[in-house]
Design a protein around this ligand. Structure first.
Ligand SMILES: [Zn+2]
Length: 202
């Protein structure tokens, strides 16, 4: 599934424009990820605030692979650098996974998180749900939840499996989790979309 992200296209904030080291297109920093140059290659800097030299790249598989294959990193740094695309993709993915875990923790802290089927159903029925996230292997009453979400126009995403979603939430397994805070839901969606774009073969 490829979730859409309508917010990116409609709102374009003013500010500095960066060039993707992969595809060479220009875009706002919010649409890209900064990579800082360290001793051992590149490290993702999602906040864009680490000191030191950095390059910008779209967080998607094709741009990472192109930058590695066609010497984009070497050109940007004006010296020969070798970057393993798989390692870099997984490092960026891991950074977004960590951000998702942080956002879910924030949601839990402000009581904007409904964990499991019953709590999610309740959040949907009360109209408080902003985003429902299913694990790929979620079963149970998933279909009922999806149908209800669709009916009230609540966003739905699929991310990882039950064990992976559980890891993000400090549990053994989680099949479904619902966020009731719109701002956090939007931020989680952005990161989930980026993890998917880094994994896709394209
Ligand atoms: Zn790009």
């Amino acid at each position: 599934m490829t979730p859409s992200s309508p917010h990116h296209e409609t709102v374009r904030e003013k500010g500095p424009i960066r060039t993707c080291v992969g595809c060479g297109q220009k875009a706002a920093p919010g649409e890209m990820v900064r990579l800082v140059v360290g001793e051992e290659g590149f490290a993702p800097d999602l906040g864009g605030k680490f000191p030191g030299r950095g390059v910008w790249i779209h967080p998607r598989r094709e741009c990472v692979d192109t930058a590695c294959r066609r010497g984009g990193f070497s050109r940007a740094l004006r010296r020969e650098v070798r970057v393993d695309p798989r390692a870099l993709r997984s490092a960026i993915r891991a950074a977004y996974e960590a951000r998702i875990a942080g956002l879910l923790a924030s949601a839990r802290r402000i009581r904007a998180l409904a964990l499991g089927t019953d709590a999610s159903l309740e959040a949907l029925e009360s109209g408080e749900a902003s985003l429902v996230i299913f694990a790929q292997d979620a079963a149970g009453r998933r279909f009922d939840l999806e149908r209800l979400a669709k009916k009230i126009d609540c966003d739905v995403l699929v991310h990882g499996d039950k064990a992976g979603l559980g890891t993000l939430l400090g549990r053994a397994e989680v099949g479904v989790v619902t966020i009731t805070d719109a701002r956090l839901a939007h931020a989680v969606t952005e990161s989930v979309v980026r993890v998917a774009a880094l994994s896709e073969v394209g």
